[in-house]
Design a binder for this molecule. Structure first.
Ligand SMILES: Nc1ncnc2c1ncn2[C@@H]1O[C@H](COP(=O)(O)OP(=O)(O)OP(=O)(O)O)[C@@H](O)[C@H]1O
Ligand SMILES: [Mg+2]
Length: 297
């Protein structure tokens, strides 16, 4: 669908990625997108998961749409706007259907198979924020997300085993940054379903912060990464709202889940706007300096 919003000066493309299932990727992508749209920023959600959870979460029935992200990935001549659905003020989605599962196999013989999404996004200057919900795997769909994105945000739960998964995921990001997308960087980790009072959670958060701090001097895509605040508390309203096709801000705007995602979005927005002002003032691009924050969420 054509959008009459003026072209923003800059575009922030963020992939929400973790190959572990059920960690809060879709919940975070959709509700952050909702918060950014509510703040007046023209936002595009991209559902790269054949489960189509982000699509359902914003109230689009994958069975009733004619085109989806599958068509955009498979047909580089297609105008991606033909598949985009405007769902709210300032919020559109490039939806998924279950046929997206076939895309990985169909794209395998294609030379630019990792860059199809990036090429489609280049045709969409009207969005200031593009939030990509990746599937729980490190396959070709996720690689398309990483090639198209400038930033990665890693939703995760503060469990010991989750830390092992993070190192595998960072290996994939390093590989993509070397081979395909040198500008890719990890903005940070969002702790989902978090209980900051548990000793176990506190230890995992401290380990994560220690890991990121120890990487500051190395030329890795995660040298500026941090544990983003606030952590998202466990809140049943967040689990309920997808079945109503609503974001948390529509379903339960006063719930703790709404407060947490609103605050997370405003922190990211403040950081983004500060970066743009520095760029306007002619300063060289500086990514957000790592901030030391207390381990309690
Ligand atoms: N903060 C929270 N409090 C309570 N429930 C939550 C919270 N965040 C997510 N959930 C619920 O946990 C489940 C998994 O979350 P979600 O679907 O966002 O994870 P995911 O990483 O996208 O999963 P998948 O890997 O299958 O795509 C969902 O039922 C979701 O509603
Ligand atoms: Mg998901």
């Amino acid at each position: 669908m054509a959008d009459k919003t003026p072209t923003p000066r800059s575009k922030r493309v963020i992939a929400f990625m973790n190959q572990k299932g059920g960690v809060g990727k879709t919940t975070t992508t959709v509700n952050l997108a909702g918060a950014l749209a509510a703040a007046g920023r023209n936002t595009l959600l991209i559902d790269l998961d054949p489960q189509a959870h982000a699509t359902l979460h914003v109230g689009v029935d994958p069975n009733t749409i004619e085109r989806s992200v599958y068509d955009v990935l498979l047909d580089p001549a297609l105008d991606p706007r033909a598949a985009i659905v405007k769902v709210r003020d300032n919020l559109s989605i490039l939806p998924a259907q279950t046929d997206l599962a076939a895309a990985e196999g169909e794209l395998t013989p294609v030379a630019d198979r990792q860059k199809r999404l990036e090429a489609a996004l280049a045709k969409l200057p009207e969005y200031e924020f593009v939030l990509i919900d990746c599937p729980p795997s490190l396959g070709l769909l996720t690689l398309n997300g990483l090639a198209a994105a400038r930033e990665v945000i890693i939703p995760m739960q503060a469990h010991f085993l989750a830390l092992q998964g993070v190192s595998k995921l960072l290996e994939t990001i390093a590989m993509m940054s070397q081979a395909v997308n040198p500008r890719l960087r990890v903005t940070g980790v969002v702790l989902c379903m978090h209980d900051g009072n548990l000793m176990h959670s506190k230890e995992v958060v401290a380990d994560l912060e220690g890991f990121f701090d120890s990487a500051r001097e190395q030329q890795t895509p995660w040298r500026f990464a941090r544990v983003l605040r606030p952590a998202i508390r466990r809140n049943i309203k967040l689990a309920e709202c997808p079945s109503f096709g609503q974001t948390i801000f529509e379903y339960a705007p006063n719930a703790p889940g709404a407060a947490d995602y609103r605050e997370l979005a405003s922190g990211l927005l403040a950081e983004w706007d500060a970066m743009l002002s520095r760029a306007d003032a002619g300063a060289p691009e500086v990514v957000v300096p790592p901030t030391k924050v207390a381990a309690s969420a």
